[in-house]
Design a protein around this ligand. Structure first.
Ligand code: 6R9
Length: 653
């Protein structure tokens, strides 16, 4: 285990609990007996959850785990994911219900009913088929939060094409490596995007990325900002020209439960992102089940808002698939939380009477910084469930959220899960669980998680170790695109004997046996809830001609959870290592990976602390980055290195 930061120590002394109100419990979707029911017969429990969906052909077996670690869920079942998220609600008579209250950053709005969504998705599906796309092909999507991004994802799902959404903030290099890895045939983007009140280019990024990309046949461009963009004849198509004239009728075909649904890239411990593969029936079952119970969602009554971007797994499972499968009316907001003012989110909550709000700790801490008087100005009384995801939430932020957003009464669900798990795994159930600030508490009914030591033996109450998932679950990843070995290595080799999935997170049981997540135990940083690997940033840094060597650590940051701190050794004496050189390096990383990976701080040093086997001791660098007394240096090849680094920094070099 890596040592804990002071923030985590603080977290573990937290002991307040908040039981649900009787009124909430009386109306809650989830009940306490779910746990026993799932324990008694997991397969039967999941089969019941799958009944929430429309299956064209029913499955013959709930789980086939004979080819572990590649699971098959709802074997033999056939369904169409887009039909489940869209058409069936129209068929059931809810065509006029608003699916999406879309709020554009500059103040434009669009309400899209389920009937309209069905038409839009059908037109896009027809358009994609007209380009020759067929089931199993890959489409990459780099778009801001506009409705067409959701239409495009669902249209892919409808025709069995895998989408791979690439976060809008990723650089051309990052986009290109993802496009190449999956050999995408089509890329969908927008002309530009609104960011903090200004139109910024998007298509230009895509053009740069795709220079010479062999797999890509067409680029579809959605008009958003209206800014002029260069068009490559024969390759580029305007969305409105391609899609708007298509028929709004499209017959959905049923696909096998294990038909691939999407690829989503996430950072691992090496420089190369992993293409996480998800499939259809199990994923959608878990998405719908968790959204229904963890958020206590009531179709036709609640207004739900998940503030994630569709470029991340949270946007996939809790904006697109889970909520739409459950016939949710939801807010989708395009922009940043402080444009044009710091009350923007609360203004939207008030306007649309949002009742369920799901966001990340980094944003909650930002709201805290902006001040209590901002949310106080708005009527937030519609809110009845609050969610948190992406990183451990510190008790201060949790309490602030409850008091200032949840009127001291709305239950908070702290949801632990990963790109790889597909859906929520560990979380309180509102109306059932007495919540604890800072703890995700318990695996959901049907899910099994354990905290184990190095040997894979479960630790006792009060003990800490590694978080593992000891039983397969429907939304689990089915592999890493094109790299089966890496899939086995990354997740299944650490506790091979036990057959446990290794999550990469440290965790602890408290005296009640509740789980507290303690952050990553590998070289993955968590910056504002985004996973970035230290190696990825290091590779970006050493790709700059002035850098000889680089070591990167995630240092505790009061707002972003972790901040990226880089230690670099420059080449020769050619560069002075002054402010301009450092700024140049920060920009270089932003260009290579994306602005989210820009180091908070770059420290120019003469040496890096290494073990005798040449491994960089990031633990010591983290001590420096967090202004702590430097820890045990006895395993360093040269123990004076840390003195050199510390004194160099103190003298301002
Ligand atoms: C959904 C998502 C996954 C990593 C995960 C963990 C951290 C997410 C958390 C949490 C503590 C929570 N994480 N939720 N840590 N409490 N409620 O964020 O997926 O981007 O793949 O990140 O995020 O470290 O391993 P992803």
């Amino acid at each position: 285990m890596t040592e804990q930061s002071p923030a985590l120590d603080n977290l573990l002394t937290e002991s307040r609990t908040f039981p649900p109100s009787e009124a909430f419990s009386a109306q809650a979707n989830a009940t306490a007996d779910f746990y026993a029911e799932a324990d008694a017969d997991r397969d039967a429990f999941w089969a019941k959850q799958a009944e929430r969906l429309h299956w064209d052909t029913k499955w013959s077996q709930v789980l086939d785990w004979t080819n572990a670690p590649v699971a098959k869920w709802f074997v033999g079942g056939k369904l169409n994911v887009a039909y489940n998220c869209v058409d069936r609600h129209v068929v059931d008579g809810h065509g006029d219900q608003v699916a999406i209250h879309w709020v554009g950053e500059p103040g434009d709005n669009r309400d899209i009913t389920y009937a309209q969504l069905k038409d839009e998705v059908s037109r896009a599906a027809n358009a994609f088929e007209s380009l020759g796309l067929t089931a199993g092909d890959r489409v990459a999507i780099q778009m801001p939060m506009v409705p067409e991004a959701i239409f495009a994802m669902l249209a892919c799902a409808r025709i069995g094409v895998l989408h791979s959404v690439v976060f809008g903030g990723f650089s051309p290099t990052a986009l290109r490596s993802r496009v190449d890895d999956q050999a995408a045939r089509i890329v969908i983007t927008t002309d530009g995007q609104y960011r903090r009140g200004k139109a910024a280019p998007m298509k230009a990024n895509v053009d740069e990325a795709l220079e010479g990309a062999e797999s890509v046949e067409k680029v579809i461009v959605v008009r958003r900002t209206g800014d002029e963009v260069p068009i490559t004849e024969g390759r580029d198509l305007w969305w409105h020209e391609l899609v708007d004239g298509q028929s709004a009728e499209h017959a959905p075909q049923a696909f096998d439960s294990e038909h691939p649904l999407f690829i989503l890239y996430t950072s691992g411990t090496t420089g190369k992102p992993k293409g996480i593969l998800h499939t259809s029936g199990g994923y959608l079952t878990q998405a719908a089940y968790t959204h229904h119970n963890v958020f206590d969602h009531k179709a036709g009554e609640d207004v739900y808002w998940c503030t994630a971007d569709i470029g991340w797994i949270t946007g996939h499972t809790y904006i697109v698939y889970g909520p739409l499968a459950n016939r949710t009316t939801q807010v989708v907001y395009e922009g940043t939380p402080n444009t044009p003012h710091e009350g923007r989110h609360w203004e939207i909550v008030q306007q649309h009477k949002v009742s369920i709000y799901y966001t990340a700790p980094t944003l909650i801490r930002t709201f805290m910084k902006w001040g209590n008087e901002i949310p106080e100005k708005y009527d937030l009384s519609s809110l009845r469930v609050l969610g948190s995801v992406g990183e451990p939430i510190n008790p201060e932020a949790w309490i602030w959220y409850r008091e200032n957003v949840g009127a001291d009464s709305a239950p908070i669900v702290d949801t632990w899960w990963q790109t790889e798990t597909g859906g929520i795994m560990i979380s309180p159930l509102p109306g059932v669980t007495a919540t604890k600030p800072g703890s995700a508490q318990k695996a959901l009914p049907g899910i099994s998680a354990k905290v184990v030591d190095d040997q894979g033996v479960e630790v006792g109450k009060g003990g800490g170790g590694y978080l593992v998932l000891d039983k397969p679950w429907p939304g689990m990843l089915r592999g890493i695109w094109g790299d089966e070995e890496r899939f086995r290595d990354t997740y299944w080799s650490r506790f091979r004997d036990q057959g446990y999935y290794f999550a990469g997170d440290g965790a602890k049981y408290d005296a009640d046996g509740d789980i507290w997540l303690l952050g990553r135990v590998d070289d993955v940083m968590n910056v504002s809830g985004h996973r970035i690997s230290t190696t990825e940033v290091e590779s970006a840094l050493v790709s700059h001609p002035t850098v000889a060597e680089a070591a990167v650590v995630g240092a505790t940051d009061p707002t972003t959870g972790q901040g990226i701190v880089a230690f670099v050794i420059l080449r020769g004496n050619a560069v002075d290592g002054g402010e301009a050189a450092v700024q140049e390096l920060r920009n270089h990383v932003a260009k290579e990976i994306g602005p989210i990976a820009k180091p908070r701080q770059i420290l120019v040093v003469q040496e890096l602390p290494k073990t005798r086997s040449g491994k960089i001791m990031r633990r010591l660098l983290r001590d420096v980055a967090e202004n702590r007394q430097v820890g045990d240096v006895t395993t360093l090849a040269d123990s004076s290195v840390m003195d050199l680094i510390s004194s160099g920094l103190n003298s301002g070099k």
